[in-house]
Design a protein around this ligand. Sequence first.
Ligand code: FAD
Length: 362
Amino acid sequence: IEAEPTAVDVVVIGAGQAGLSTGYHLRRTGHRPEAGFVLLDAPSAPGGAWRFRWPTLRMATVHGVHDLPGLPMGPVDEDEPAATAVPAYFAAYEQHFALPVHRPVRVRSVWPEDDDPMGRLRVATDRGDFSTRALINATGTWTRPFWPRVPGQAVFRGRQLHTVDYQGPDEFAGRKVIVVGGGASGVQLLAEIATVAETTWVTRRPPVFHEGPFTHEHGRAAVARVDEAVRAGRPPESVVSVTGLLLTPEVRRMRAEGLLDRLPMFDELTADGAVWHDGRFEAADAILYATGFRAALDHLRPLRLREPGGGIVVEDTRVPAEPRVQLVGYGPSASTVGATRAGRFAVREVNRLLGRVPAGMT
Ligand code: FAD
């Protein structure tokens, strides 16, 4: 016998930066935990995607984790792995604001309960169903790594792994490693692996290095470009692909050492290496795909939000085609600062939808 779904006003899916910011603003505007709203998060402990970052990513080498609203992270130990420091902050945050996070709960599917466009949405999970008036999706990208498809991948005898599998450079000591990907992660992983292995860097397009200081204007311009794409329903590019790679002292050193002499994407893998159409061959023991992520939105498929090009039309956090749904941490808000702001915006929209306009709301 199927149990009745739990009825709530708001379901938030995901409890990373975007979900926690959303939870804070729901609390602040008077939503009651448990009865009024829930946050559903798949992992078994707090931290969002940060729990799963590679152990050699330290607080000194992250680009900067923006504070969540209402409780700053405080001083950090630069040597501490991001995979423990940020989850500890998130755990304290959830407790401080008594956020009703349910975990481990994986949302499998979301669909309208009936034909009424203002009716309830059913949220089916691996731990029972919810019936909600509004949905705020904050599921990030980490669970949807993007692997390029290349002929011969099944034939290659070495190891093929993605950023999500990377656990530090030690296992590559003395090996030949091809690192694929022109983003910030690609360069960071290349830097680490090059200290112990022979590396080749492969990127689809020639990388663009950003000369000079990175100003707020650059950041805003990059976010505006992603925003424009998303409003038009195109799949969002990563913000780095728009800003270019920052010429940090480490990147300058790598350039001087020739580590960043990149090759275009190979055309095929053989049992023991990569081949290019022009006949070039590079032997390899491992191929590391630092090829990015896609938005983790498969559970929303029954809502049919996707455009033919694969993106979803999103204006700020609103989905014009489905007013009951907000997307936070998607496209232009896929950064810790963007996700934090998006939580506030999404809650304002949801309160409007629910006819709640609490006094003093932003
Ligand atoms: P996440 O942190 O991924 O949280 C989403 C949560 O939803 C996860 O717990 C996930 O398991 C859960 N979830 C997913 N699907 C489901 C489901 N179906 N049901 C239930 N739960 C689900 N940004 C910065 O601003 N500064 C940085 O230094 C920085 N460094 C980065 C380093 C790396 C290697 C990467 C890949 C990204 C980095 N980013 C950085 C971007 C960063 O990921 C985002 O800024 C931000 O952390 C994403 O937060 P989020 O809440 O949207 O997603």
